[in-house]
Design a protein around this ligand. Structure first.
Ligand SMILES: Cc1ncc(COP(=O)(O)O)c(C=O)c1O
Length: 456
């Protein structure tokens, strides 16, 4: 019988110790962090699944590239490597480096959008929504209805509802829609992929109305691999060929290289529009840096140039997608409600179904995430009412898996902790908000458990 186990496609050359704490210490640490896991010292976290963003391990090739970094202010060869690697995959005419994804968003929306405009997306990520709203435009989420039902299985739950898109543009008028965006994979909607068929359909509607199509490309390689696995006609294509086809339907993209760029920092903005690119570069110089480095060091450009290509290796993607599914399937088998099927970079617990006794205004996602920390020192993130306020369609807890960092025994430990919390779920209490910032409040919010608040 052929061997079925999918192993980590790497050997470990350098290790970083992780620290155990006691439950009592975690109770105190949580109180001191005002029940906001962002406010915990990372050293007090055992398994950190807060994000897959910038938390991955780089390869020997990337570290070698770092030593080759050209730190020239202008015209450095590291920019040439960066641009060539991006153009090889993405194919866009202009490549503008930025210090991370949200800087690319701020520049794009700052230049392309104005007050009163509308930006449709399958689902805006939090920084994307915030940057659209920051210029006075409206961010509209148009994911297909299946994408809003956590337990429903569908191969491409990140797809955009093309009919709704067409109706929206027709109703508000083309001139109010400066661009349409597709987030691949759909992070806030469960890390779910978008099919090539849907990309093509969205592209067609954009062309009909004369509106550019942009990708939020953070997890483009994972999306490409899902297309290979699930969409007829793509079985024998390489992830790179699939990514190239996907981007051929677009006019530009924003990208956080902290995800499928396999780097710890970095991002970029691409466009085929010459005059827009000029305006973007002008703004870039004002806020990020000269166009051949953006907000990055030459060594970062090298790490990204190499990382983007590594993210498309099939051995890596097979391990990546199946190790995330391993976590999701092991807890779902025991009845834990998750967004089905498991996403590419993360497993999302459905906190409303996990804790039906906690109402939405009592932050079920935060209650569940803090309990996972108390039980086993695991840090996750709420994607729900704390993050999106009343606009939240679901209350999810995301367990994001850093790239090439944790092994299967780490994941087995995570499974055990989740199942322990599941067993004791009826004892978990909701929380109330004690302080919030005017935007992106989840990063700094302070909360308190309802039981404590009632006693006072
Ligand atoms: C889909 C998506 N878009 C944009 C961003 C923003 O990228 P960055 O954190 O590099 O600013 C993220 C980050 O998590 C994301 O997941």
């Amino acid at each position: 019988m052929p061997v079925k186990t999918i192993i980590e496609p790497f050997r470990i050359k350098s290790v970083e110790p992780i620290t155990w704490t006691t439950r009592k210490q975690r109770e105190e640490l949580l109180r001191a962090a005002c029940y906001n896991l962002f406010l915990l010292p990372a050293d007090d976290v055992l398994i950190d699944l807060l994000t897959d963003s910038g938390t991955g391990a780089m390869s020997t090739h990337q570290w070698a590239g770092i030593m080759e970094g050209d730190e020239s202010y202008a015209g450095g060869r590291s920019f040439d490597h960066f641009r060539d690697s991006i153009q090889d995959i993405f194919g866009f005419r202009h490549v503008i480096p930025t210090h991370q994804g949200r800087a690319a968003e701020r520049i794009l929306f700052g230049v392309a959008c104005k007050k009163g405009d509308i930006v449709p997306n399958n689902t805006h990520f939090d920084t994307t929504r915030a940057n659209v709203e920051f210029v006075g435009a409206e961010a509209v989420d148009l994911v297909i209805p299946e994408g809003r039902q956590p337990s429903l299985r569908h191969p491409f739950k990140g797809n955009m509802d093309v009919e709704e898109l067409d109706t929206l543009i027709t109703n508000v008028g083309r001139e109010r829609v400066p661009l349409v965006m597709l987030t691949v994979t759909n992070n806030s909607g469960g890390g779910q992929p978008v099919s090539m068929e849907n990309v093509r359909a969205v592209h067609k509607i954009c062309r009909k109305h004369g509106i550019p199509l942009y990708f939020d490309a953070c997890r483009f390689a994972e999306n490409a691999y899902f297309i290979k696995l699930r969409e007829p006609g793509y079985e024998s294509k390489t992830p790179k060929q699939i990514a190239q086809e996907m981007f051929s339907y677009g006019d530009g993209c924003t990208m956080s290289a902290k995800k499928d760029g396999m780097a710890n920092i970095g991002g970029f903005l691409c466009t085929n529009d010459d005059s827009l690119a000029q305006k973007e570069k002008d703004l870039l110089i004002l806020t990020e840096g000269y166009p051949t480095y953006g907000g990055l060091a030459g060594r970062d450009l090298e790490a990204i140039a190499i990382g983007l290509q590594e993210a498309l290796h099939e051995d890596y993607l097979r391990y990546r997608i199946s190790s995330t599914a391993y976590l999701g399937n092991h807890i779902a088998e025991q009845g834990v409600p998750i967004v089905q099927p498991p996403g590419g970079h993360a497993v999302y617990l459905d906190a409303r179904a996990f804790l039906p006794h906690i109402t939405q205004d009592q932050f079920p996602g935060v209650a569940l995430a803090t309990e996972l920390y108390l039980e086993g020192g695991i840090r996750s993130v709420e994607i729900g009412t704390l993050m999106f306020g009343a606009a939240a369609k679901m209350d999810l807890v995301r367990l994001a898996i850093p790239r090439r960092v944790y092994t299967q025994s780490h994941i087995d430990y995570v499974v055990e902790v989740i199942l322990e919390v599941w067993k004791n779920r009826e004892n978990i209490q909701g929380l109330r908000l004690a302080h919030e910032a005017p935007f992106l409040r989840h990063f700094t919010a302070r909360l308190e458990p309802l039981v404590d608040a009632q006693v006072r």
